[in-house]
Design a protein around this ligand. Structure first.
Ligand code: ADP
Ligand code: MG
Length: 214
């Protein structure tokens, strides 16, 4: 049994007094690949933000057993990721530049673009975000996350708005993460992605009933 990287008990998040998430118990092992499934509004994106330590929970306990602060080790890729108005190359290596890394940026660019499913990384470095398809943008954003060598990769419906070829490339990227030992937590209800990757599925509860009284 692997060591748990995350453990949560009675984890609750509320917005404006409304419960957005309620997870009695959750355990995610180091290096594990996990799919978060469940209907719209059941709290998948909310849980990902909590796992990224971008928000504090309203109640309960969330423990992270990484060596350092979880926020620095986990990176969240949003459903419609935002690329900066700079070249693809600069988008991918920006995080490393901010960490003052100057050497080896070309190798990082090439390997991370390949890991994100680009067979021809050097066709892309000078392009801007507007010269990419939705699927290519999603994969460049993934490459920029991989460049940071995260311990945990949090993906929010990565294949929701992409073409079939990009969806297959993203499935392959998730599989590669497992081989690399990166813990992946991926919200999705894409049947093709669920079929393509051998992963533990965590199904969140039913959607919050918008009309029910508090
Ligand atoms: P999912 O990703 O599974 O569709 P979300 O985590 O986005 O679900 O949302 C769970 C519930 O919390 C929904 O009812 C949603 O409207 C609500 N919610 C999510 N984020 C916020 C927010 N920032 N402010 C208010 N309500 C929110
Ligand atoms: Mg969501």
């Amino acid at each position: 049994m692997s060591t748990n990287l995350y453990e949560a008990h009675n984890l609750v998040q509320r917005y404006n007094g409304r419960e957005a998430l309620n997870v009695p118990h959750l355990a995610i092992g180091q290096g594990e690949t996990v799919f978060l499934t469940g209907p719209n509004g059941c709290g998948k994106s909310t849980l990902l933000r909590l796992l990224a330590f971008l928000e504090r929970p309203a109640g309960g306990v969330l423990r992270y057993a990484g060596a350092a602060e979880g926020r620095k080790e986990a990176t969240l890729l949003l459903q419609d990721p935002y690329l900066l108005h700079m070249s693809v190359f600069d988008n991918v290596v920006l995080g490393l530049k901010l960490r003052n890394q100057k050497a080896g940026l070309r190798q990082v660019f090439e390997s991370c673009m390949r890991a994100a499913g680009f067979d021809d990384p050097w066709n892309f470095p000078e392009r801007g975000p507007r010269e990419l398809s939705g699927g290519e943008r999603q994969r460049v954003a993934l490459a920029s996350r991989l460049a940071l060598r995260p311990r945990v990769l949090l993906l929010d419906e990565p294949t929701a708005n992409v073409d079939a070829a990009s969806a297959r490339a993203l499935a392959q990227a998730v599989k590669n993460c497992k081989i690399e030992g990166i813990t992946v937590v991926c919200a999705t209800h894409d049947p093709a992605l669920l079929r393509a990757v051998d992963a533990h599925e965590i199904r969140l509860g039913t959607a919050w009933d918008m009309d029910s009284p508090d």
